[in-house]
Structures are given as structure tokens and as C-alpha cells.
Design a protein around this ligand. Sequence first.
Ligand code: HEM
Length: 98
Amino acid sequence: MEYGVGDNSYTMAGKLAGISKLVDDFYINMDNFPEAKKVRSMHSSDLFESKKKLAYFLSGWLGGPKLYAEHYGSINIPAAHQHLSVGVEESNAWLLYP
Ligand code: HEM
């Protein structure tokens, strides 16, 4: 199966259930990695909405249902982060994987 064609990437990611698991694990790591403390503190203590937004965004980005657009409207990722102070340290923390 070729990635990036139709909803293949979305399907291979396990559809919304798989994406939600990925997002849950991502935020569990953010909670646990000392290097990610600053990035975690940029979020509210309750991550429910952040997780939902990221999972919905990734659904559309992977070729599946455009859930973010349906629920929240259009998004421009750089603009959505403009109020945040994101530099190299924050970027590395975001991408950190042990
Ligand atoms: C250095 C990297 C990044 C940092 C530090 C960061 C941080 C944040 C923070 C603090 C929020 C606000 C969360 C909240 O409302 O509680 C947010 C929102 C969001 N981020 Fe990121 N982010 C990064 C990269 C990314 C990437 C790569 C993506 C996409 C794959 C992404 C997708 C989103 C989306 C969809 C939202 C929700 C925007 C909204 O509707 O308000 N972010 N991000």
C-alpha cells in the first residue's frame, strides 16, 4: 500500500483510534520527560482539548476525515503557535524520543 495516496496513511496509522493512541502516548512522554517540562508548561494542565485538537488535525493531515476543520475551522500551524516562544530547545523537546 502506497503512503500519501487517498486515505492510505490514515488507515495505516490505525484510523482515529490509532492516531488517538499516538497522541496520548506523545503527551504521556511530554509529562514524563524532564527535557519537555517547558513545552508541557505551555499547555493547560488538562490536556483533553490539546489532545483532541492534535488528533483531529492529524486525521485530516494523513488523508482521513478533516475533523479539525469540521470542529474548529481552518488552521494555519505557524500562526496557531505565534503566541508561543518556540526556539531550538522547545523544538528538540517536541521531537525527543528516547
Ligand atoms: C516545537 C514544536 C511545538 C510546540 C512547542 C507546540 C506547542 C503547542 C501548544 C503549547 C499548543 C496549545 C495547546 C493548548 O491549546 O492547550 C499547541 C497547539 C497546537 N499544535 Fe502545537 N506545538 C509544536 C508543534 C506542532 C506540530 C509539529 C504540529 C502538527 C503536527 C502541531 C499542532 C498543533 C495543533 C493542531 C494545535 C491546536 C491549535 C488550536 O486549535 O489552537 N504543533 N501547540
